[in-house]
Design a protein around this ligand. Structure first.
Ligand SMILES: *[C@@H]1O[C@H](CO)[C@@H](O)[C@H](O)[C@H]1NC(C)=O
Length: 84
């Protein structure tokens, strides 16, 4: 999945490699990445808080806070027994 965040000029993406990554859409530079526990199947971003929500095939939702060049794991929700 791919999300473009106009306000920050970021492109957020997830792949079959279980990586979540974000890039600067102006420079093309990779700003950071995070390995999720399974292949992602849902992706949402809140511009104001810079929180990203990644649902995956293990049934987990990972919430990260993104900065310009790093990210912090805030929490994970494990409320599903099947794929999200
Ligand atoms: C993450 O990046 C922010 C802004 O770029 C910086 O202020 C902060 O110190 C960095 N945190 C770590 C853990 O490197």
């Amino acid at each position: 999945m791919v999300l473009f965040v106009l306000e920050l000029e970021w492109v957020l993406s997830t792949g079959q490699d279980k990586q979540f990554a974000w890039h600067c859409s102006e420079s093309g530079q990779r700003l950071g990445c995070y390995r999720t526990s399974a292949v992602a199947s849902g992706l949402q971003f809140d511009v104001e808080t810079r929180h990203v929500f990644i649902g995956d095939h293990s049934g987990q939702v990972t919430i990260l806070k993104l900065e310009q060049e790093n990210c912090t794991l805030l929490t994970t929700f494990r409320g599903h027994t099947g794929k999200i």
